[in-house]
Design a protein around this ligand. Sequence first.
Ligand SMILES: NC(=O)C1=CN([C@@H]2O[C@H](COP(=O)(O)OP(=O)(O)OC[C@H]3O[C@@H](n4cnc5c(N)ncnc54)[C@H](OP(=O)(O)O)[C@@H]3O)[C@@H](O)[C@H]2O)[C@@H](O)CC1
Ligand SMILES: Nc1ncnc2c1ncn2[C@@H]1O[C@H](COP(=O)(O)OP(=O)(O)O)[C@@H](O)[C@H]1O
Length: 300
Amino acid sequence: MSPPRIDRRWLRDHPLPGLADASDKNERGRVVVIGGAEFVPGALRLTGEAALRAGAGKVQLATVQSVATALGVLVPEASMLALPSDRNGEIAAQAVAMLEDHVGRCDAMVLGPGMSVSDRTDTLVARLLASPRQGLGVVLDAAALTSARDLAPVIASHEGRVIMTPHRGEMAIFAGMDEAAVAADPEGVAADMAGRFRSVILLKGQESILADPSGRLLRFDGGCVGLATAGSGDVLAGIIGGLLARGADPFRAAAWGCWLHGAAGRALSEEIGRIGFLARELAAVVPRLLDETMTAPQNR
Ligand SMILES: NC(=O)C1=CN([C@@H]2O[C@H](COP(=O)(O)OP(=O)(O)OC[C@H]3O[C@@H](n4cnc5c(N)ncnc54)[C@H](OP(=O)(O)O)[C@@H]3O)[C@@H](O)[C@H]2O)[C@@H](O)CC1
Ligand SMILES: Nc1ncnc2c1ncn2[C@@H]1O[C@H](COP(=O)(O)OP(=O)(O)O)[C@@H](O)[C@H]1O
């Protein structure tokens, strides 16, 4: 029997925490997004804007010094943390000392967009996850997933507050199996990894599978082919980070994020065309979708 579907009915039965009209931006939480490099200088724009569009109160973008100023101008709503880089224009391992302080003041951390697989990334990810912080939700995406594969006990110590978002290729590396084996049993693989890492796993694809350590499983098939575009996963990670910062629990944040991302893709398919809308266009659709799903009686 296939797992329940993430759809409007599921969202209605599992609402996001409400926000009073009188609420202050500080009540909507703070997200730090760590990643990017000289060869993908705009990656954090995708993630940071998505976190803000999902309702986060404040976003901080932490990336290499050589791109930080330009990125800050591109996303003037964010504050910037300029990190030392190595000779390849990627975040240097010593940046971790600067980051540890900042992460301690945040409600959500998104780690990995635009980073590449390397020993430096491994060091950074291991150090940033080493001491779980009360209430911090974590999204691990892209290269951070490869770093996470040897960190099961560390990730488990975060007590279910880590969300990992691999696509099938990343899951194959992460789980140490070939992609055909992941494709043959995505539900089994996602459930197994969620149990081993005591974390939430969102295995992305045309159909995405969401699993948590307690054995809950959901599926989402409401996206569209246009979502298979560069940077689309960076946007999803940002939406989930923004929802975590607003106070959603990790499983709910991942499920809502998956649905919002898919529904935004469908909206752009209709408005712009089936293929060829840009990842950076997705986030702007999210606030309207949130209003519709959170308030309109006909959608409940
Ligand atoms: N590239 C860009 O233009 C942009 C990239 N951006 C950022 O870079 C991140 C990476 O994106 P991407 O596109 O560089 O790597 P993607 O294909 O996700 O592979 C990741 C890993 O999975 C592996 N892997 C993949 N398929 C596989 C398979 N079938 N079977 C097995 N393995 C497979 C793959 O192995 P490889 O193909 O290298 O052998 C690699 O190790 C992205 O999430 C985003 O943050 C953005 O900022 C925007 C612009
Ligand atoms: N054919 C498809 N139909 C529906 N959704 C898709 C399809 N292909 C990819 N997606 C979705 O698009 C997103 C792509 O994420 P990812 O592969 O990480 O992109 P990138 O690495 O380019 O940022 C995922 O949320 C995935 O579920």
